[in-house]
Design a protein. Structure first.
Length: 465
């Protein structure tokens, strides 16, 4: 039990709002993106600034409270929330400052990628991120960052220049190539294991308009499309990105009525080449096979980035399984063709995100992200708005994953892991980089204060000198 006077003292030190279970708005404040997650923290602190974060960290440590850190709340396993502990909600720390000459963006820890896209696009610039603009900058970045610009610009962490971090002891530090370089190495892929990131500075790229969008094919053509796609993406120039998906056509415009609610396969393309060059690049793609739907063309980068936002609002039931994939063999494709068309709900899907191109030319030991030699990050997600369908979407996801896992590279993109997959899965995800991460954890968080995450467990009993 927390003494009421201690909570009152905390509130007196904060500029932001502290929310308790009996306060109005508590149930809304504890919701996260995945509607399958229901946790009840003792305190939610909506931090207004870095000082609030420091006070919250010190309070949680002093009182032995479990601490969770929430940025956008999108984490698949609900790791931005916890039972009975304290949640640091960074949402109010929302700012984006663009330096158009240096081509950098400094972003508050509470921003979403939609906030960043809005600010950068005004200058004809872009930062590589994911595929849903409501995703939090913090969670996506710390896990690596895969999306439409990966093959051209690398992972999000490959474009991270600096971060402001509040450590487990409440100290504020900068992490970059020159300051706390070991911490900077660890946060580029090591998740939320090392501190609360209150600000990120990213390198930007001169990307304004992309030639992209969805290109759909009939389910009966899925095997043929996947075999063609595996060859194409392996040889494609960096400007061309496209992820393969099994999906259901949404039942609304702009999709034509005859395709709405139909299960299909497809590729969602993003090409950063100049328009005339992109059109030439797509001539052989269009010549391969007549698509059931071709919505590929020039569009603003933020439009592509937010294209799926309406389909996936907060509160749906989500269950994930994932792997890295080196090769898409005929045997693996046969499994995909068996399970992919059996999508259990309209929102369920399977994606194969390419992570070759620019992302593959960073060394395996240059960041905490270990799978630089993989070709794809594969994710299978059962999604449904109705909790009554929970077991159905979980069963399909697990069965599909179990069938494909033998063809995988071993680990998985850490942002795609659920909270129930165990220590061995985390170790497999970091591979040869795991022990180095443990060493850095020993230095910065020897008591495992930051453990509501895909946890890297320390071995030290006291802080290293």
């Amino acid at each position: 039990m927390l003494p009421e006077n201690s909570i009152a003292e905390l509130k007196g030190r904060l500029r932001g709002r502290t929310i308790e279970p009996n306060d109005p708005g508590y149930d809304d404040a504890r919701k996260v993106y995945n509607g399958m997650i229901h946790k009840r923290p003792r305190l939610i602190v909506r931090c207004a600034d870095v000082a609030d974060v420091i006070s919250s960290v010190n309070f949680a440590r002093k009182h032995g409270l479990l601490l969770a850190i929430r940025s956008g709340g999108h984490n698949a396993g609900g790791l931005g929330i916890c039972d009975d502990g304290l949640v640091i909600d960074l949402a109010p720390i929302k700012y984006t400052r663009i330096d158009p000459v240096a081509r950098t963006a400094t972003v508050g820890g509470g921003c979403t990628w939609g906030d960043v896209d809005h600010a950068t696009h005004a200058f004809g610039l872009a930062a590589p991120s994911g595929i849903i603009s409501t995703t939090g900058v913090g969670g996506l970045t710390l896990g690596g960052g895969i999306g439409h610009l990966t093959r051209k610009c690398g992972l999000t962490i490959d474009n991270l220049l600096s971060a402001d971090v509040v450590l487990a002891d409440g100290k504020f530090v900068k992490a970059n190539a020159n300051e706390n370089a070991d911490l900077f190495w660890a946060i580029r892929g090591g998740g939320g294991n090392f501190g609360v990131i209150t600000s990120f500075t990213f390198k930007l790229h001169p990307i304004d308009t992309v030639y992209g969008g969805p290109m759909f094919y009939e389910l009966r053509e899925a095997g043929e499309v996947m075999k063609w796609y595996r060859h194409l993406i392996g040889q494609a120039p960096d400007d061309l990105n496209g992820f393969f998906a099994f999906l259901t056509v949404p039942p609304a415009p702009p999709f034509p009525e005859h395709l709405q609610t139909k299960k299909i396969c497809g590729i969602i393309w993003a090409c950063t080449a100049a328009l005339t060059e992109a059109e030439e690049m797509f001539k052989p793609i269009r010549a391969f096979k007549k698509a059931a739907l071709d919505f590929v063309g020039p569009l603003p980068q933020p439009t592509l980035q937010s294209m799926f936002d309406p389909i996936y609002p907060p509160g749906l039931q989500w269950y994930w399984r994932a792997d890295f994939v080196n090769e898409l063999s005929d045997e693996a494709i046969a499994k995909h063709v068996r399970f992919g068309p059996a999508l259990p709900s309209m929102h369920s899907t399977m994606h194969l995100y390419p992570i070759n191109g620019a992302a593959s030319r960073i060394g395996k030991q240059d960041t905490a992200w270990n799978y630089r030699d993989a070709t794809w990050a594969q994710v299978i997600v059962g999604v449904d708005p109705d909790p009554a369908n929970k077991e159905k979407i979980i069963s399909w996801t697990k069965d599909y994953y179990d069938a494909l896992h033998p063809y995988s590279a071993g680990g998985a993109y850490v942002n795609f892991l659920m909270g129930d997959e165990g220590d061995d899965r985390v170790k497999a995800t970091y591979g040869d980089n795991y022990e180095r991460l443990v060493t850095i954890k020993n230095r910065y968080d020897p008591d495992n204060f930051f453990r509501v995450n895909q946890n890297i467990k320390p071995t030290a009993t006291k802080r290293a000198a």
